[in-house]
Design a protein around this ligand. Sequence first.
Ligand SMILES: [Zn+2]
Length: 67
Amino acid sequence: MKLLTFLANWYDANRKKHIEKMRLEGKCPICKGVGFETITTTYIGHTVECHSCNGTGLYTEWEKSNV
Ligand SMILES: [Zn+2]
């Protein structure tokens, strides 16, 4: 179980680091500021508007939906 805890902490630290970086840049952490997400399946890849920031790509919009 110690390994699982270690992995969970590592994942959490990386996530926080990523979010902090995006915050400084003012970008949505989910889509990295582009406003849409790419969903890739086996045959096709298509983009959908990022629901976390409503397609704006802004950190402030992401923050609003993640309080
Ligand atoms: Zn987004």
